[in-house]
Design a protein around this ligand. Structure first.
Ligand SMILES: *[C@@H]1O[C@H](CO)[C@@H](O)[C@H](O)[C@H]1NC(C)=O
Ligand SMILES: *[C@@H]1O[C@H](CO)[C@@H](O)[C@H](O)[C@H]1NC(C)=O
Ligand SMILES: *[C@@H]1O[C@H](CO)[C@@H](O)[C@H](O)[C@H]1NC(C)=O
Ligand SMILES: *[C@@H]1O[C@H](CO)[C@@H](O)[C@H](O)[C@H]1NC(C)=O
Length: 286
């Protein structure tokens, strides 16, 4: 007869024998496009997984070596992150797009949009395939109209003969004789439904001074020759003045602003008959 004590004892011995054998799982130290963290591949250790940028873990992020010497759950793989073709915003078209994974794009892939004519873009023209497998925010294309530009006083403006003026349409300005354009010759309808500038025509200046040597654009010129037809808006000259005490000369600036120029108070005009007087422009500078 076998005593119950003996049965218990032999069962105990068996357990000790199993525990003494090391159970090893298959090598799992490499994960393509990722990394494995482990100490050993023996029961009952757990190993963990991460994927490189641009890849996602397909499967669990850790696995345990079981008593049977198997990984549980199954080992994962690192699969490339892809984005489906981006949707096209209204009134836009793709200007650059190259899917590299069949019809899909890989992580970091880009698509560039442009708006249809008459439409302006709000947002970034470039979208990028993100780590979530979606695209960054799409831009918006909106139809933009500009009002007809108004004719400047003493000048004219030309623009396309259309019912409506749209984004990127251009207008050109000019001025009548003796008037000078203040602003660019060409303006453009911008994305805010506004013209890039509003040029105007400014009057020339008649000079009250008959004779003087002045400095214009760094050179000595005679007023009566250089500006016999007056000065244009925006032109600047420097007059010579005398410092009586120190017997030397200095200059003061004057600018023609829309028909008006202020002659420096220190400037003294000599009659052409007063030949014995030395002009300020011939006196040594202070
Ligand atoms: C790409 O898209 C086209 C048209 O939708 C389809 O016929 C084709 O099977 C797709 N190719 C892949 C690799 O998915
Ligand atoms: C548009 O997006 C690209 C990449 O997505 C970025 O490099 C660029 O700086 C963005 N431009 C603007 C104006 O935000
Ligand atoms: C992309 O997906 C992420 C995660 O689901 C989300 O938070 C994000 O808002 C999405 N981006 C866009 C532009 O839809
Ligand atoms: C248009 O331009 C004018 C002058 O440059 C400015 O005052 C106005 O705010 C602009 N309007 C819009 C809608 O941008």
């Amino acid at each position: 007869m076998i005593s119950p004590v003996l049965i218990l004892f032999s069962s105990f011995l068996c357990h000790v024998a199993i525990a003494g054998r090391t159970r090893v799982c298959p090598f799992a130290g490499i994960l393509e496009n990722g990394a494995v963290r482990y100490t050993t591949f023996e029961y009952p250790n757990t190993i963990s997984f991460t994927c490189n940028t641009g890849f996602y873990l397909k499967g669990a992020n850790s696995a345990k070596c079981t008593e049977e010497g198997k990984w549980s759950p199954d080992l994962p793989v690192c699969a490339p992150i892809t984005c489906p073709p981006p949707s096209i915003p209204k009134f836009a078209k793709l200007s650059a797009y190259k899917p590299l994974a069949g019809n899909n794009s890989l992580y970091g892939g880009k698509a560039v949009f442009e708006c249809l004519p008459h439409h302006a873009m709000f947002g970034n023209d470039t979208v990028t395939c993100t780590q979530h497998g979606n695209w960054t925010e799409l831009p918006e294309c909106r139809e933009v109209k500009c009002p007809f530009p108004s004719r400047p006083d003493n000048g004219f403006v030309n623009y396309p003969a259309q019912q409506v003026l749209y984004y990127k349409d251009k207008a050109t300005y000019g001025c009548h004789d003796t008037y000078t354009l203040d602003g660019p010759e060409e303006v453009e309808c911008n994305k805010f439904g506004n013209w890039s500038a509003h040029p105007s025509c400014k009057a020339s200046c008649k000079l009250s001074v008959k004779r003087a040597t002045v400095i214009f654009e760094g050179e000595r010129v005679t007023l009566q020759q250089k500006f016999k037809d007056g000065m244009l808006h925006g032109q600047k000259i420097s007059f010579f003045c005398k410092n009586k005490e120190k017997k030397c000369s200095y200059t003061e600036d004057a600018e023609c602003i829309d028909g008006t120029i202020e002659i420096p108070k220190c400037f003294k005009e000599h009659s052409s008959l007063a030949f014995w007087k030395t002009d300020a422009s011939d006196v040594k500078p202070c």
